[in-house]
Design a protein around this ligand. Structure first.
Ligand code: MG
Length: 363
């Protein structure tokens, strides 16, 4: 069922949707342009980013909060020829573009590409500055979704979103509850940022409550590590249930295989990492067997046995690192890793192993 048009009385059949896309494509095919076309959501790996994660809009936000909407819009219009500074999702988006250009070289006619959708509840007048900034950095972002303050979840579904990044943890939580991979991003102190690869997209995932459900995390939190080790040993051959980011890893795998099929495994511009606090000997097998049962590969699996994740991530230098626990996010950010929080699972009720009274509601 289409979520975009609530007045649509007839159910949006696949067929009808297919016709709509065909008509839109035919229209654009008649227009001459050297710009790459956005792919169909059905084939694309769609990444929805909010304007405040793609760009640094901290100063602008302050004007909005302290002086109100009118002053904010006036400021944006006045500065619309001044490009916004990059935000936390910017290096990730840039890296996605690099993967796309490699894919286009190998598969000129394929629509299996990353497609970036900009999600914003900004006033339409602010859109001009966003467009100017996107063009200034030469980003291929043709789809804008101006939600006018409404929940973006319906639009995320309509675009068949594979990953949604926002600064707003409530919207992110809502998306996760709807089964969409999503994470909250925070501003990074730029002087601490690591130098990132501009030829390879590097993505790091935590395991429990990120790629996997929080079923084992619940045991750690409620019964301690020893019970957890016993439990994981006992259920070693029972795959863990999937967590909120599993589908995104799956879509990265789909694109990686396109490079492997052209003999580019050694030179693949996408690399994935599992960075888990689990220890290999006592609880690692279940994780690896779960990934195997899903038919998913991860390029590097790092079992830290409780050691801090920050120093290792500093070596990996991912464009984005996903974790469900804020103290891992803080530790990673502290050492310059761009981190995204997945507000899911029992971990939200704890801080450094201690139960907190109220679930953390941020910002
Ligand atoms: Mg975790």
């Amino acid at each position: 069922m289409s979520e975009i048009n609530p007045n649509n009385s007839a159910p949006a059949e696949d067929n009808g949707e297919e016709k709509d896309w065909a008509a839109a494509k035919a229209f654009f095919d008649n227009l001459k342009t050297n710009k790459p076309r956005p792919p169909k959501p059905r084939y694309a790996v769609t990444i929805a980013v909010s304007s405040r994660t793609l760009f640094n809009m901290v100063a602008e936000r302050k004007i909005y909060e302290e002086e109100g909407l009118e002053k904010y819009v006036a400021h944006q219009v006045e500065h619309e020829n001044e490009p916004l500074k990059p935000g936390p999702a910017f290096p990730f988006v840039k890296a996605l573009m690099n993967v796309n250009s490699r894919l286009r070289e190998l598969y000129p006619d394929s629509e299996e590409l990353f497609d970036i959708v900009l999600m914003t509840n900004n006033h339409a007048q602010v859109g001009v500055r966003l467009i100017n900034s996107i063009n200034y950095y030469d980003l291929t972002i043709e789809r804008f979704c101006m939600t006018g303050g409404k929940s973006p979840t319906g639009y995320l579904k309509a675009y068949m979103t594979n990953l949604y990044l926002s600064k707003d943890s409530e919207k992110v939580t809502e998306a996760i509850e709807e089964g969409i991979a999503a994470a909250t991003m925070f501003m990074q102190e730029t002087d601490k940022e690591n130098q990132l690869s501009d030829t390879q997209l590097r993505v790091a995932f935590d395991g429990d409550a990120v790629l996997f459900s929080d079923e084992s995390e619940i045991i750690v939190k409620k019964h301690g590590l020893d019970t957890f080790f016993e439990h994981e040993k006992e259920f070693e051959n029972k795959p863990l249930a999937q967590g909120p980011l599993k589908c995104f890893l799956e879509s990265l795998g789909k694109l990686q295989r396109k490079f492997y099929a052209k003999n580019e495994r050694m030179n693949c511009p996408i690399r994935t990492f599992l960075v888990t606090a689990r220890s290999a000997a006592s609880s690692g097998a279940r994780v690896l067997k779960t990934l195997r049962s899903w038919g998913l590969e991860i390029d590097e699996a790092l079992f830290l046995a409780g050691a801090p994740k920050g120093p290792l991530l500093q070596k990996i230098k991912p464009h984005i690192f996903f974790d469900d626990q804020m103290f891992h996010i803080d530790g990673a950010k502290e050492l310059g890793t761009i981190s995204a929080h997945v507000p899911y699972g029992i971990g939200q009720k704890y801080h450094k192993g201690k139960l907190i009274e109220q679930p953390a509601k941020k910002e």
